[in-house]
Design a protein around this ligand. Structure first.
Ligand code: NAI
Ligand code: 13P
Length: 338
């Protein structure tokens, strides 16, 4: 308790990636009283934030504080004392590499993407360790729709950091009366929860889109949670982490609302659309689509059974139709619940 009260917040916060979530987090840090610089990949987004205080492309119709400044140049973040990394997971490695020339020894970097890297099967903290070994890592995850958070609606999230003192400083930097981060030291658990809930939200959308009913929905969340916990523990996480905001909290949110981009992809698939049709015209990312094959592969590699994630991956790759995949899922040999 005292540890949190006495912790000094970081004053200058850089945010890399001005999608919906990077923009919302920049708004949170500005609301917490920090000086914030948001790096935008698209120069027109930086221009829109600086001159009209809106991210017209990724977070339209939400007024941002005039104090929130944007730049298109990563170099401008060189003097920030805390950086939030918020690109999509599949672009995290390239983004961190591009930021490398500006990273001082010990710079704290908070990983905010939720996904597993395709090809390497790496979680984001492994990507950070490989690209910027001089940085200190933390992970932010939990139930948080960007538009709600940016509007100042309340939520609570998980901040995972191995270094308790650094974690307390990050908490103090971003906490507001509507954004309440809780500290844990299990970064792998926080990341596994965020990555798997996206794949499971696609499954929940498929179930909803096919009209399988509330019982199927509840069964899917529960068995999905079992998969999430099995894989996380195999990767070295603590099982208790999965009962927290970054596990159950985010799973319940993302499986229950079409506001979730992942659930909405599932809804379209369950309603009979192809993946291409489900993604048509979308500029926002549905991380579960990219993470599903990596999660499936990770499960196979670690010898962990992930039948729901497997089902999603086979539907997305076109190896099975929605009906075939559901049929296969439900006709597996009977087993004990635990
Ligand atoms: N939107 C939300 O409510 C939340 C999103 N997240 C996570 O935050 C991460 C970012 O998602 P959003 O901000 O929602 O993105 P978004 O879907 O709003 O925007 C797409 C982002 O991808 C960037 N991008 C596109 N191509 C790129 C490339 N080649 N290299 C680097 N960046 C590229 C765009 O500049 C933009 O920032 C994801 O991992 C997502 O799961 C986490 C919590 C909430
Ligand atoms: O991570 C999120 C909520 O916590 C956002 O979910 P989607 O990416 O599915 O929209």
């Amino acid at each position: 308790m005292t540890q949190f009260q006495e912790a000094q917040p970081f004053q200058k916060v850089g945010v890399i990636g001005a999608g919906a979530w990077g923009t919302a987090l920049a708004a949170v840090a500005a609301r917490a009283g920090r000086e914030v610089l948001l790096q935008c990949r698209e120069p027109e987004v930086a221009e829109s934030i600086n001159s009209r205080h809106q991210n017209h492309l990724y977070l339209p119709n939400i007024e941002l504080a005039p104090e929130l400044k944007a730049t298109a140049d990563l170099a401008d973040l060189a003097d920030c004392d805390l950086v939030l990394a918020v690109p999509p997971a599949q672009h995290m490695r390239a983004t961190l590499k591009a930021f490398a020339p500006y990273v001082k020894d010990g710079l704290p970097i908070v990983l905010c993407a939720k996904g597993v890297e395709r090809g390497s099967d790496c979680l984001m903290n492994e990507v950070l360790a490989a690209t910027l070994p001089q940085a200190r890592a933390a992970v932010l995850s939990g139930p948080s729709f960007a538009a709600e958070v940016a509007r100042g609606l309340p939520t609570a999230v998980t901040l995972a950091c191995k270094d308790a003192e650094l974690g307390a400083r990050i908490l103090k930097t971003i906490a507001t009366t509507t954004f309440r981060p809780y500290l844990i030291d299990d970064m792998v658990g926080a990341e596994a929860g965020g990555a798997l809930k996206n794949v499971l939200a696609i499954a929940a959308g498929i179930s909803e889109g096919k009209g399988l009913g509330r019982s199927a929905h509840a069964a899917l969340i529960t068995r999905g949670f079992a998969e999430m916990t099995r894989l996380a523990v195999a990767l070295g996480a603590e099982a208790e982490t999965m009962g927290g905001l970054c596990g159950m909290g985010d799973l319940v949110l993302s499986c229950s609302s079409p506001q979730s981009r992942n659930m909405s992809v599932g809804l379209a698939l369950g309603g009979g659309k192809t993946l291409a049709e489900a993604l048509e015209g979308k500029i926002s990312v549905a991380e579960g689509v990219e993470s599903a094959p990596a999660v499936k592969h990770l499960g196979e590699k670690m010898g962990v059974e992930l039948p729901i994630c497997h089902m999603v991956a086979t539907i997305l790759s076109g190896e099975a139709s929605v009906d075939e995949a559901i049929g296969e899922l439900m006709s597996r040999p009977l087993k004990t619940e635990r």
